[in-house]
Design a protein around this ligand. Structure first.
Ligand code: ATP
Ligand code: MG
Ligand code: MG
Length: 546
């Protein structure tokens, strides 16, 4: 279980409970099935589900499905899967706003009969014109004062498919001079000729978010309707509708918190959809996408995402969360849960000339330095080994790219060697290195003072070829959402591959397991192709901050 740190919402709940100890803490998570869930949704999921759990309440999962033109059943499936993967269970059955279409219709008629709603025959553009702006007063629609009978009859016609899309709509009759634009006769129902994934062709009129959300909350007995700050203005309408429809007992209360903004990341389904439309990314669950499924595919754990949400907390202040916070959450988790193996990303071969060709020995080594439950693996040591080209260049060559004399290298878990010659090909590329090993140094722990550095390695005959995939942030700018066109700030190097080797014991590890390649980073084991003798991994996160 996770701990929600004290925040303003928790304080409100605590206060309410002091006053009304019997009060139920019922929350809901209301995604629209028009895309995959992203990390921003995880923040909302974390809050709603954990608050309910903490106070013995319930959290409903409700698909906010009032726009069939944008929605799809595949999104419903992925959303359910992601919420379960994050470790949350919704209250009983899944709800749909569309479960209440008949209710919304009934409530619309009540508003018409109370002279609080009318069928406007202006089109979208005209409505916008007359709505005015913060500086310009609104103007009443000429249809605003139709009689109840006229409105009932027009609404009936709307429902029966008499009008074209956009020709008419149902509007609340509130105040065209309100200082809140949203209260200037907002649209409650519009016509959409599109088969709905749940109700099929039953309806051609669909309620708007503002009309359906508050009523759905009330019908489900939601007591705390938590949403992001952009809905602050909508709250006036939320409360107006519930009041005018005479919901009195346990009226849901809306509270707003700031949305998650993360460096180098866009968290908006619309913008993520744009990346897909422009074929910059192929799928919602691509490891570069900030979607829950993308993180899962990359190898992130549900626990690391929940810990991240716990850490960022909930406030009313807009802020930009550093990517390093997410990085540290996943590192912390993987440090505990990952097997250790050795891998070489850019191999360079060493011949150990004083080690006999036909000998090989096996070193028994823990799969996790602090947890014996991960068991052991056997690493072979032999005459030819691979080390990282980077280690060699950085530590064995001087400024003139000449071999430094008498550099002693400790091969982790194994011997100390000294490289004494670089063998070049005709084009002066390094072919391999020659070295000597010191037989007295095997497994000696306190030889640190006598060696210049310790590196990872793999014996050639113990190595399996591998492809390592690396993903970097998709955007070059820290605040991509601030850019006019996010397509102009795509990081061209958001993906690259390297070819190298992994120690053979990797074959005993199940797929989709996370592994720490020692001194490199955490990787996710994606594919083992036995025919081609090739392994594919992707980097989850590097070991240290880059
Ligand atoms: P988007 O802007 O990405 O389309 P949305 O708000 O339209 O997101 P919904 O499916 O309607 O997506 O959202 C479901 C819930 O998730 C809402 O309560 C919404 O406030 C919340 N949510 C969406 N994005 C974020 C975010 N970045 N941070 C926190 N909560 C979010
Ligand atoms: Mg939405
Ligand atoms: Mg949206």
């Amino acid at each position: 279980t996770y701990n929600i740190k004290n925040n303003f919402i928790k304080n409100i709940i605590k206060k309410d409970l002091l006053k009304y100890p019997e009060k139920k803490i019922n929350t809901r998570f209301p995604p629209e099935p028009n895309g995959y869930l992203h990390l921003g949704h995880a923040k909302s999921i974390f809050l709603n589900f954990n608050l309910a759990k903490m106070y013995n309440g319930t959290c409903n999962l409700r698909f906010d499905d009032t726009n069939p033109k944008k929605e799809n059943i595949k999104y419903i499936k992925s959303i359910k899967k992601d919420i379960k993967w994050l470790g949350y269970n919704w209250n009983k059955k899944i709800r749909f706003s569309s479960d209440y279409f008949q209710d919304f219709y009934k409530y619309a008629i009540i508003l018409i009969k109370k002279k609080l709603a009318y069928v406007d025959q202006l089109n979208k553009l005209q409505i916008k014109e007359l709505r005015g702006t913060l500086l310009k007063k609104g103007i009443n629609s000429p249809y605003r004062n139709q009689t109840i009978q006229e409105n009932l009859s027009l609404f009936e016609k709307m429902k029966n498919g008499f009008f074209k899309e956009g020709q008419v709509c149902l509007r609340a009759k509130i105040d065209m001079n309100s200082s809140s634009l949203i209260m200037r006769d907002p649209v409650l129902y519009r016509i959409l000729y599109k088969s709905h994934h749940q109700t099929k062709k039953k309806w051609c009129i669909y309620p708007t978010y503002d009309f359906s959300h508050c009523i759905s909350d009330a019908l489900e007995g939601i007591t705390y309707s938590l949403c992001t700050l952009e809905f602050l203005e909508n709250k006036k309408l939320y409360n107006w509708i519930l009041k005018k429809l005479s919901f009195k007992k346990n009226v849901p209360q809306q509270y707003e918190f700031s949305r998650l903004n993360l460096e180098y990341t866009v968290l908006s389904k619309r913008k993520l959809q744009l990346l897909l439309n422009k074929k910059i990314i192929k799928s919602w669950d691509d490891p570069r996408m900030p979607t829950i499924s993308g993180f899962r595919k990359k190898g992130y754990t549900a626990n690391s995402i929940n810990n991240f949400c716990e850490k960022i907390g909930f406030t009313k202040q807009e802020s930009m969360i550093q990517l390093s916070l997410l990085d540290s959450c996943i590192r912390k988790d993987l440090n505990i849960s990952s097997y250790r193996k050795m891998a070489i990303l850019q191999p360079i071969l060493i011949f150990i000339t004083n080690y006999s060709k036909n000998t090989s020995q096996y070193l028994k080594i823990l799969n996790h330095p602090h947890n014996i439950k991960f068991g052991y693996r056997y690493l072979s040591f032999s005459q030819t080994i691979y080390i990282e080209k980077k280690d060699f260049k950085k530590k064995c060559l001087d400024q003139k790219k000449k071999l430094k004399k008498n550099i002693k290298i400790k091969l982790r878990y194994s011997y100390v060697i000294t490289i004494y010659k670089i063998v070049l090909d005709k084009k002066k590329n390094i072919l391999f290195l020659l070295a000597q090993y010191d037989p007295k140094t095997l497994g000696k722990k306190n030889i640190k003072n006598n060696v210049n550095f310790i590196i990872h390695w793999i014996s050639q005959k113990d190595s399996i070829p591998a492809i390592f995939k690396f993903y970097s942030p998709l955007f070059l700018k820290k605040k991509p959402e601030k850019s006019k066109n996010i397509l102009n700030i795509i990081n061209p190097k958001n993906y690259f591959k390297k070819k190298g080797y992994i120690e053979k014991s990797i074959l005993k590890i199940p797929l989709k397991t996370s592994i720490q390649f020692e001194r490199i980073g955490y990787f996710f084991l994606k594919k083992i192709n036995f025919k081609k003798n090739l392994i594919t991994c992707n980097e989850i996160i590097s070991l240290k901050k880059k």
